[in-house]
Design a binder for this molecule. Structure first.
Ligand SMILES: *[C@@H]1O[C@H](CO)[C@@H](O)[C@H](O)[C@H]1NC(C)=O
Ligand SMILES: *[C@@H]1O[C@H](CO)[C@@H](O)[C@H](O)[C@H]1NC(C)=O
Ligand SMILES: *[C@@H]1O[C@H](CO)[C@@H](O)[C@H](O)[C@H]1NC(C)=O
Ligand SMILES: *[C@@H]1O[C@H](CO)[C@@H](O)[C@H](O)[C@H]1NC(C)=O
Ligand SMILES: *[C@@H]1O[C@H](CO)[C@@H](O)[C@H](O)[C@H]1NC(C)=O
Ligand SMILES: *[C@@H]1O[C@H](CO)[C@@H](O)[C@H](O)[C@H]1NC(C)=O
Ligand SMILES: *[C@@H]1O[C@H](CO)[C@@H](O)[C@H](O)[C@H]1NC(C)=O
Ligand SMILES: [Cu+2]
Length: 412
């Protein structure tokens, strides 16, 4: 039967990829691209797995999270950051988090010297947002997250010093907290950002990760099936610039790491493709073809669990060059300098236009070798070096997901 086949397929998928993972950062509602500036687990088959050991260094930025990624996203003072969680990292199926996974959420930040090379573990973390159980709507934060189109949002505190930060969204599912032994499940990841601000305050009271929460904490042992409210969220109170203790520090107001090079014409997560030098000879053409395919291979090998959609676009470019070389058309590369990163689909288009520092222009890709005529959108990214050539930020447009149905779900 068709229906039962579908159900089985879904069940199989769920077993392989249950749970949830932070995949995508939005800055003032502008999508930075799947996994761009995001430390996330590198193995697709288990990227959504929860952290069960609260004393593990994985608690800081998730599995594989002690290692940085190449990009750092720039944000303005008091920016609104949103974090998307998905049950399927590449959005191949809809879902935010299984309905059984009830619990609080939080967002933490840590000021670092380098967003790329800081290991994330240890002291320095402060909380900028949390939400537990809302007794006016009878909802846990994870339930609200599903309603909010999987946008967990937090505003950068006013007055926070300029410089590099790791920002860590956190979900805690309490659905196994009543078990023996209890199994509270944390879902965390980190975004690498540069805060462009001349302000100078940083919180004085910070916590260690791992360390701020342990398996004896009532916040992780709460029984959601026979609840005794109120529920108190794990970790420190939220940092409030007006009332919390803060210290003055030197600010960094120029971003020096994690920038997209000017000659990058395509991105996939934290990978970028560099335009090939012009050529007019057979050797030059074949050199360009080899260089292009080398970059394609790097794109695929570096693709995180969110996928390699834009590597496919690069591959089309290489196929075009190779075909031209074969046809003795040695002048290239075709459409040199054309930005190939697909249009950023904003969560909220009206806001996106406002936050875009330059007017955007839409151009049509004219590469005759491309199978389909693809529309690309040049939207300037707010980076300091960007006066001569517009760059795009990445968007692998994905459709926002409806609340997952009550389909079978692995609950271990
Ligand atoms: C995910 O799979 C990789 C490769 O098998 C393994 O090294 C890693 O420990 C796994 N991570 C988790 C969280 O199970
Ligand atoms: C931040 O963005 C989210 C998601 O679009 C939105 O729901 C929220 O209202 C915004 N918050 C602020 C303070 O602008
Ligand atoms: C909801 O929670 C707040 C804060 O804990 C408490 O003051 C209030 O009495 C609660 N309301 C209900 C209806 O339980
Ligand atoms: C959901 O959106 C509302 C309205 O923007 C916001 O107040 C709330 O904090 C959001 N909750 C989550 C979990 O994203
Ligand atoms: C958990 O933290 C509490 C309070 O900080 C501490 O007293 C307790 O020893 C810790 N328990 C474990 C198992 O680490
Ligand atoms: C092709 O590449 C080789 C090796 O990188 C280089 O020595 C040669 O000069 C290149 N030829 C042309 C025409 O660009
Ligand atoms: C940083 O902020 C300042 C002040 O708002 C602004 O003039 C500048 O363009 C920003 N820099 C970048 C790279 O966006
Ligand atoms: Cu789960």
């Amino acid at each position: 039967m068709k229906l039962s086949t579908l159900t089985c397929t879904l069940a199989a998928l769920q077993t392989a990829a249950a749970h949830t993972v932070f995949t995508t950062l939005f800055v003032n509602d502008v999508d930075q691209g799947d996994a761009t500036c995001v430390r996330m687990p590198t193995t697709p088959s288990n990227a959504t797995f929860p952290i069960n050991d609260l004393s593990s260094s994985d608690m800081a930025c998730g599995y594989d999270g002690t290692k940085g990624v190449a990009r750092v996203c720039q944000v303005s003072e008091s920016a609104n950051l949103s974090f998307t969680f998905r049950e399927y990292p590449d959005a191949s199926a809809p879902g935010v988090i299984d309905v059984s996974h009830k619990g609080p959420c939080a967002v933490y930040m840590k000021a670092v010297k380098s967003a790329v090379s800081d290991s994330a573990t240890g002291d320095g973390w402060f909380k900028i947002f949390d939400e537990g159980y809302d007794n006016t709507t009878s909802q846990w934060c994870t339930e609200k997250l599903m309603q909010n189109n999987s946008m967990l949002s937090a505003q950068i505190p006013d007055g926070l010093a300029g410089g590099y930060y790791l920002v860590r969204p956190e979900l805690l599912s309490l659905h196994q907290s009543d078990k023996s032994p209890p199994n509270p499940q944390f879902y965390v990841g980190c975004a690498q950002i540069f805060l462009n601000s001349t302000s100078t305050s940083v919180p004085q009271e910070t916590v260690e990760i791992p360390g701020y929460v342990n398996i004896s904490d009532p916040s992780v042992l709460f029984n959601i099936y026979t609840p005794k409210f109120p529920y108190f969220t794990p970790g420190p109170p939220v940092y409030e610039p007006e009332v919390s203790n803060s210290a003055v520090v030197a600010t960094a107001n120029t971003q020096a790491e994690g920038l997209l090079p000017q000659n990058a014409i395509l991105t996939n997560a934290n990978w970028w493709g560099i335009e090939l030098d012009s050529y007019s000879t057979s050797d030059g053409c074949w050199n360009a073809s080899i260089n292009c395919w080398d970059q394609a291979a790097t794109c695929y090998s570096q693709a995180p669990p969110t996928g390699s959609k834009n590597c496919k676009i690069w591959e089309q470019k290489c196929t075009g060059i190779q075909t031209a070389c074969n046809d003795n058309d040695f002048n290239g590369p075709p459409n040199q300098g054309k930005v190939l990163t697909p249009d950023l689909v904003s969560n909220d288009d009206s806001n996106a236009e406002v936050t875009s520092p330059e007017p955007s222009n839409t151009v049509s890709q004219q590469n005759p070798s491309a199978a389909t005529s693809l529309t690309v959108h040049l939207a300037s990214e707010p980076t300091p070096f960007q006066t001569s050539q517009p760059q795009t930020t990445l968007q692998t447009s994905y459709t926002e997901q409806p609340t997952p149905s009550s389909s079978e779900h692995e609950t271990y």
